[in-house]
Design a protein around this ligand. Structure first.
Ligand code: C5P
Length: 317
């Protein structure tokens, strides 16, 4: 992992006690998303490789007499500001765990699209845990924060760590992938309208019951071996997502987006998580910019952004 968490980051966060504290948190893509059977608890068993990319939300925490959240940016008009909001739930969860009052004034600046398959909501929960931990001086370890994170959502623990990591269980059990530093360049095609994650999993179950889903991807071994080779062509060939067929059935226009990226010269394109965002692997930043411009010109997405990964998880900046 190139920009993984190091123990001295913790000290840096403790120095934030008193506030205001600003935390930056990345989006994630899944380089491999292997979806196993539906479990009794309503989740699917996953074998995934998470990868944090340089599209960020920013959360600022200040001292206050109560807990309040304000927001600006990408899609925030659609988000509830009450106790159902993952940021508020994260602050309450940390306060309960640490035995402190959940008092803070939180302001979220969103860039990560809502319901995009980039874990935007989970990222904000991870940012809230890291920001409130610094504001309240509760001084929890990354592992403790990741434990609290697991109850908030399957992707939240990964966004505490960032980098590139294996996810198992329902995705909440995270272990870093140790690889020599390599930066990968991505084009991220943002759709006009989001897709619901539970609906994408339900659609995959339906396709599997009907016998029309593709073969499950299974183990992450091939992807991990490809990562070690540090060659974008090799990594491109190993990318895979069991939820892609479901996302394509729900949003058939994504087929044209994927095709346009590959026609523009990307090594490969896949749906990110439960979609509808599509990500494409490029040779370098200039290549990524060129592909992004072609995707926008082809009008197969709302916007196409350039990003690199891996990057660190939720951090005080
Ligand atoms: O964990 P999180 O709240 O982000 O999950 C949202 C929804 O996605 C779940 O309620 C479930 O429908 C689906 N999901 C799943 N299996 C997983 C993770 C999520 O079915 N491993």
């Amino acid at each position: 992992m190139t920009e993984a968490w190091r123990p001295d980051d913790e000290d840096e966060q403790r120095r934030g006690a008193g506030g205001p504290v600003k935390v930056r948190v990345p989006a994630k893509v899944n380089l491999h998303l292997g979806v196993g059977p539906l479990r009794g608890d309503g989740y699917h068993e996953l074998n995934t490789v998470y990868h944090a990319i340089s599209i960020y939300d920013e959360l600022t925490a200040r001292r206050g007499d109560t807990l309040i959240l304000t927001m600006e940016g990408e899609g925030t008009g659609e988000l509830a500001l009450d106790d159902s909001n993952l940021v508020i739930r994260a602050a309450h969860a940390l306060a309960g765990y640490a035995g402190v009052l959940p008092h803070a004034r939180l302001h979220l600046r969103k860039q990560i699209p809502l319901a995009g398959g980039l874990a935007g909501g989970s990222a904000d929960a991870a940012a809230a845990l890291v920001a409130c931990d610094a504001l309240w001086g509760t001084g929890l370890s990354r592992e403790q924060l990741a434990d609290i994170a697991a109850d908030l959502g399957s992707d939240v623990p990964f966004l505490i760590y960032g980098g590139t990591a294996l996810g198992t269980g329902r995705g909440e059990a995270v272990s870093p992938v140790l690889a020599r530093p390599t930066s990968w360049h991505w084009v991220v095609a943002i759709a006009d309208v989001g897709l619901s994650t539970p609906a994408a999993y339900r659609e995959l179950d339906r396709l599997r019951d009907a016998g029309t889903a593709g073969e499950p991807l299974g183990s992450t071994d091939g992807l991990l071996a490809a990562l070690r080779q540090r060659d974008p062509r090799v990594l491109a060939a190993a990318l895979g997502n069991d939820l892609q067929d479901a996302a394509l059935t729900m949003r058939p226009s994504l087929a044209a987006t994927l095709k346009a990226g590959e026609a523009a010269g990307a090594f490969a394109g896949i749906v990110s998580g439960s979609g509808p965002t599509c990500v494409f692997l490029a040779t370098d930043e200039a290549d990524a910019r060129r592909i992004a411009a072609e995707l926008e010109a082809a009008e197969v997405c709302r916007e196409a952004w350039v990003a690199h990964g891996p990057v660190a998880g939720a951090r005080v900046v």
